[in-house]
Design a protein around this ligand. Structure first.
Ligand SMILES: C[S@@+](CC[C@H](N)C(=O)[O-])C[C@H]1O[C@@H](n2cnc3c(N)ncnc32)[C@H](O)[C@@H]1O
Length: 198
C-alpha cells in the first residue's frame, strides 16, 4: 500500500509510517505474544504485558498522543472520525488477531477503540490499512488540488453522497451523459451537481 496513492504521495512528507511487530519486543520466551483466555474458551488473547512492552520500547513509556485499538467493538469509523484523526500530529494504531485484545489494553493503554465496520475480520492488518489510507488522503499533498473536498461525506456536500460523475464517451449503447454536463455552463453544471447530491 505504501507504493500507491494516496499513501505514496504523502509518505516522507506529510506522513511518516513506522511498523512494529509485538514479537520483536515481547518480554516472553520464544516470541510469545498471546495466551489462553481466562475463563476458558477457544482462541488466544493478546497479552497486556506484551503490548505495554512494545509501547515502552518504542516510546519509552506511555505515548503522549492517541493510541487506537482496532476492534470490531470500537467506535465506528466514519468520515468525521477520519477528519478528526487526520488532524492529529501523531497516532499509534494497535491491531490484534484471534480473540483480540486483553481488555486491559483497551482500558489502560489506549485512548480510542475503532471499528472499520460491523463485521469481523481475521486480524487488524486490513483495518490498519483502511485507517491509514483514509487518513493519508486527507493530508496535504496526497491528492490533486480540490479532489478531496467535494466528496461523499464531506462537509462541502453536507455529509451527503457525491453527485454522479461521467466521462467520455458522451453516449454509449444509447446511454447518454446528462446534457447539462456537456454545456460548458459552469453555473448550470454546479446547480445540477448540487441538486444530485444524495
Ligand atoms: C477475529 S478479530 C476478534 C474479534 C473479537 N473476538 C470479537 O468478537 O469482537 C481479531 C482482531 O482483528 C481486528 N479486527 C477484526 N475486525 C475488525 C473490525 N471490524 N474493525 C477493526 N478491527 C477489526 C481487531 O484487531 C481484532 O482484535
Amino acid at each position: 500500500m505504501t507504493e500507491q496513492r494516496p499513501v505514496a504521495s504523502a509518505l516522507g512528507d506529510a506522513l511518516e509510517l513506522r511498523l512494529f511487530n509485538y514479537r520483536d519486543t515481547t518480554p516472553l520466551r520464544s516470541g510469545q505474544i498471546d495466551d489462553d483466555p481466562y475463563g476458558g474458551g477457544a482462541g488466544m488473547v493478546l497479552r497486556v504485558d506484551v503490548v505495554a512492552a512494545a509501547l515502552d520500547a518504542v516510546y519509552g513509556g506511555a505515548p503522549e498522543h492517541r493510541v487506537i485499538a482496532l476492534s470490531p467493538q470500537g467506535r465506528q469509523l466514519t468520515q468525521p472520525v477520519v477528519e478528526e484523526l487526520a488532524a492529529e500530529e501523531r497516532l499509534t494504531v494497535l491491531s490484534a488477531r484471534f480473540e483480540g485484545f486483553d481488555e486491559r489494553i483497551v482500558e489502560h493503554l489506549c485512548t480510542d477503540s475503532i471499528s472499520i465496520g460491523p463485521y469481523v475480520l481475521s486480524n487488524g492488518d486490513l483495518p490498519a490499512m483502511v485507517l491509514v489510507d483514509a487518513i493519508a488522503r486527507r493530508l496535504p499533498g496526497a491528492l490533486a488540488d480540490g479532489s478531496g473536498e467535494l466528496e461523499s461525506f464531506s462537509a462541502e456536500l453536507g455529509g451527503g453522497l457525491e453527485y454522479p460523475q461521467y466521462t467520455r464517451p458522451a453516449e454509449f449503447r444509447g446511454w447518454p451523459v446528462p446534457e447539462v454536463l456537456l454545456s460548458g455552463d459552469h453555473a448550470k453544471i454546479e446547480r445540477w451537481r448540487m441538486a444530485h447530491v444524495r
